[in-house]
Design a protein around this ligand. Sequence first.
Ligand SMILES: NC(=O)c1ccc[n+]([C@@H]2O[C@H](COP(=O)([O-])OP(=O)(O)OC[C@H]3O[C@@H](n4cnc5c(N)ncnc54)[C@H](OP(=O)(O)O)[C@@H]3O)[C@@H](O)[C@H]2O)c1
Length: 275
Amino acid sequence: MIQPKSTIPNLLYGTAWKKERTDTLVEQAIQIGFRGIDTACQPKHYDEKRVGVALARLKEQGIDRSSLYLQTKFTPLSGQDPSSVPYDKKAVLSVQIEQSFNASLNNLHTDYLDALLLHSPLPTFELTLDAWHEMERLHNTGNVQRLGISNCYDLALFEKLFNTVSAKPTILQNRFYKDTHYDKPLRQFCIEQGVTYQSFWTLTANPHILSSTVMKSLADDVKKTPAQLFFRFLIQSGITPLTGTCSTSHMKQDLDTVNFQLSDKTMKTIRHLLI
Ligand SMILES: NC(=O)c1ccc[n+]([C@@H]2O[C@H](COP(=O)([O-])OP(=O)(O)OC[C@H]3O[C@@H](n4cnc5c(N)ncnc54)[C@H](OP(=O)(O)O)[C@@H]3O)[C@@H](O)[C@H]2O)c1
């Protein structure tokens, strides 16, 4: 059945590295107010089945799947632990993607995804395109609302993909850090083309910004923490940050970032820290 297209929440709850705590933490995050979940069919880093366990419990509490945004990823073989590949590693790429997609639906107890991301580009453009064509086929069935890509730091590659395919990438999920100059040209392209840029490693990769005197003083001015200020800055810049916090107080603080507004002057000052 074709679902009405959901909107992407301003902040997503990330489910990586939580192992056996995944279900409890996802349940808490949704109870506290998150409505967007990021996961992956990659047992090495994500326990997608336990995300589904949390969703089943939440359904019993009256929080229906239709009120949630569920995003998962197809992870190519090179990103999988050889002992826990969630599809037939000998199958052709298109079959691997279809099997991974079906495993995700099964794990998450759903019949559609809000978004399916290619976890990283494949070694050649041709292979990346092969993968995309299978994702497009799934999108055309109506069971995947949006397609996206992650770990794509090359503007030329992203542009080429965008201009070649018919179901365009509408999400780019990247590490947000200074080594890539915070993806400035890529982010500009995303703005121009209506692509949602999602950031991860947002706090982990930027201790120099969070601990700077400028940031601390701006945070004090609005009575927030530097982490909250940084998330707010990103959201106000049109970026959708991911947070994988394991602390309920940080979950609340992270969600609170959608409730206040920064002045143009503060935005400009923080923008200057992204060098
Ligand atoms: N596409 C990819 O290749 C990829 C790669 C990595 C991650 N991801 C996704 O992104 C999600 C987030 O991962 P991440 O790498 O950004 O790191 P993270 O798992 O969100 O960890 C960030 C760190 O920030 C802390 N933190 C969170 N909120 C805070 C707050 N308000 N104040 C102070 N500290 C706070 C957390 O500590 P506490 O737990 O103590 O709060 C944690 O140590 C993952 O779960 C996954 O879904 C995707």
